[in-house]
Design a protein around this ligand. Sequence first.
Ligand SMILES: O=C(O)CCC(=O)C(=O)O
Ligand SMILES: [Fe+2]
Length: 562
Amino acid sequence: MSNTGVVFPTIDLGELSDEILNQNLREAGERLGCFRVINHGVSLSLMSEMKKTVMDLFERPYEVKVRNTDVLPGSGYRFRPSETNPNYEALGLVDLASPQALNTFCDQLDASAEQREIMVKYAEAIHGLAEDLSRRLAESYGLADTTNFFKSWPIQFSINKCHFKPETVGKVGVQAHTDFGFLTILQDDENVGGFEAMDPSSGTFFPLSPLTNSLAINLGDMATIWSNGRLGSVKHRVRCEAKTSQRPLFSNSTLKIMPATSVIFPTIDLGEVSDEILNQKLREASERWGCYRVINHGVSLSLMSDMKKTIMDLFERPYEVKMRNTDVQQWSGYTAQSEINPYNEALGLYDTASPQAVNTFCDQLEASAEQREIMVKYAEAIRGLAKDLLRRLAESYGLADTTNFFKSWPSVFRIHKYHFKAEAVGKPSGVNLHTDWGFLTILQDDENVSGLEAMDPSSGTFFPLPPLANSLAINLGDMATIWSNGRLCNVKHRVQCNEAKTRFSIASFLLGPMDTDLEAPSEFVDAEHPRLYKAISHKGYRSLRMATNLHDGEALKLISYE
Ligand SMILES: O=C(O)CCC(=O)C(=O)O
Ligand SMILES: [Fe+2]
């Protein structure tokens, strides 16, 4: 070996004393950000089966491999040849903790049932190890209470294959980089070296020689951020080794515990054939996030685009015309841009289920006959979808009998035009943090201009819902939380100005019973789930919210039994 001097530590996870083990991990994490672990608890036969599985997956024809598309930028199949590494390819999967994502990955790559099972087991074992290491690191700093901080972080799985050529021996095939997640577990090739990490104190690269049955651990940028600079995000690269002239370097399955910045709100395919699976997905997303996108939603794409053109045109009306769109109830009519609200104007219509109200709205805004027809059709399609989603949610809770409970509820349009200016970038747009006050909102947001952000209720952090053409975003509001006795999440969200462009959105709210009280059906209430909220009509709840000016879901506390 030409580079001698630094030997990266090998840590025996079979060490009996937790204290010593945690200390060893911390020291290696701080000094080098990189180490090997042995006796790691991931079964050796599972590691070897997993290697066989990924080797086989790379043998799939190109057309099959490209089905492994990106979920996050660069997360799917990549074929990035370079001079040293002329056949570099990688397959990938986010989020390994999601059985659904794993299934999609296996489907894309025509994995056999056996391979699927191996992947599931491997994912579970590696995930467990990653969490164990993160917990031990936190404990080594005396942070016993926060040891679960990584619980909901997604895991990116990336499988790389390097085919080095004899003529490139000694050259770097995978350029020096740090991992962008928190912690990476690397099952590198037990026969072929090439992995090198940098000693941060000298800036020199040293090999991490292959070691059978071990796993390599790298700490990434998020670990450095989290530890306020204590833990190293190790720079590493892969070099083409002499051996590779005889045999290709088959390298590594990499797991990353990624930072919460990569939270992805679910996208649910409403074309799913099994009602049971679909209802379950809707329920899970509604409980966990209160927010998701739907595709194949049945609202015709040409109708969506006609509706967008219609509202763009309506916003072009002179101020005096737009002012005719007066309130029917609080905040239901036109709000203009103003000094305190410089970037947002909005038109509104209560109630889209009433042909008369739609007509009045169209009269006020001098809509053409054609625009009127589009509005009517759009309102009908969106209302149908909202009811379908509600029926499915009710069914997912086994409430088949009550699936019509929303039949006579009114629906509201709130149509936004955001005048984002360069000076507003990074600022709130005028639609500040709030929960929706109805039951369910269907949002046709701008397919080109971002801005919508929702809160991950488990961390309290905001994440963007990037635009997705032809999709609709769904939010659950306060009435859904009341009805479900707290099970459904009233998602907190806002719109931020990200770029100096004009953004349009059409929000359709299915509100709730105006004149009768809504309360959780008895199926949601038992000894473990005492009734949380007093029965209240939507009208009553709105008045409460308006009177108290509590728009982020806090008004629910005012009708709470506790
Ligand atoms: O414009 C958007 O994307 C969201 C608007 C919104 O949250 C609302 O109208 O309640
Ligand atoms: Fe909203």
